[in-house]
Ligand binder design. Structure first.
Ligand SMILES: [Zn+2]
Ligand SMILES: [Zn+2]
Length: 254
């Protein structure tokens, strides 16, 4: 790791002891909210930020978050110049568009299976980046680096991981890949058994919770304890795909 890059040791520690179903979901939520606050705070009037939001735009999820957050004037400024950027690009693409006959189109598809038409490809490229996703991903990658750094340098770190509730399946992919690429053989031999055993154990726990929720609806079980099933739906959703589906809408406090 580049030594100039910040380590997120404290943030990672806090996330691991937070009791969340996934420390990376926990951090991601914080990063996402901070990015929304930043862009709809005062920074949307700064030309370098606006230049970036013009070029990168926003994915559907973060567009919805920006609407929910509030600040109509801020959103309007951001939309005004992003709109200009999209209109200019699209106009150029449409002006240069050459319709291909169906047979030729088939040939092109073979060469570039995902490209479709030039206009479609341009739009999809514009949809492939998002200002908020970009900001979140940048820090998230460093948090993953911090995880690896801690595995290498902090002997009690794996104990802390073991005591946490594990990871959502979505973030687990990134973690396993990062450990596979960034750790030596000896470290991998220490870390993978811990991660895999924990993943099995925690997924078993979630399965029990969701199973019991269904059982609770049986008349025969109506007086029995809920155990940990009351919020099993949202926790199972998170465990499978990441995120916090039961979170209230994130709104400006102003
Ligand atoms: Zn997660
Ligand atoms: Zn996004």
């Amino acid at each position: 790791m580049n030594m100039e890059e910040k380590l997120y040791t404290i943030e990672l520690h806090d996330a691991l002891v937070s009791g969340d179903e996934c420390p990376f979901c926990y951090l991601e939520r914080d990063l996402e909210q901070k990015a929304i606050e930043f862009v709809l705070g005062s920074s949307y009037m700064e030309s370098d930020t606006r230049d970036q939001t013009d070029r990168k735009g926003f994915c559907r999820r973060h567009t919805k978050m920006m609407y929910d957050y509030g600040n109509s004037l801020g959103n309007a400024w951001i939309l005004k110049t992003r709109m200009k950027h999209v209109r200019e690009g699209l106009k150029k693409e449409m002006a240069g568009f050459k319709a291909e006959p169906a047979s030729m189109f088939g040939k092109f598809r073979k060469k570039e299976p995902d490209s479709g038409t030039s206009v479609g490809a341009w739009i999809r490229k514009e949809e492939s980046h998002c200002y908020v996703c970009g900001r979140v991903d940048e820090t998230y990658r460093r948090v993953i680096d911090t995880f690896l750094y801690q595995v290498k340098n902090e002997k009690d770190f794996l104990k802390l991981v073991k005591e946490s509730k594990g990871f959502c399946v979505h973030h687990f992919a990134d973690l396993v890949d990062a450990c596979g690429q960034g750790l030596g053989k000896k470290e991998q031999d220490a870390v993978f058994p811990v991660l895999f055993e924990q993943m099995n154990r925690e997924l078993d726990r979630i399965q029990e919770d969701i199973d019991w929720l269904i059982e609770k609806y049986d008349y025969l079980n109506k007086d029995k304890d809920w155990k940990n099933s009351r919020d099993a739906v949202q926790r199972t959703m998170q465990k499978l795909v990441g995120g916090h589906p039961a979170d209230p809408v994130f709104r400006s406090q102003k």
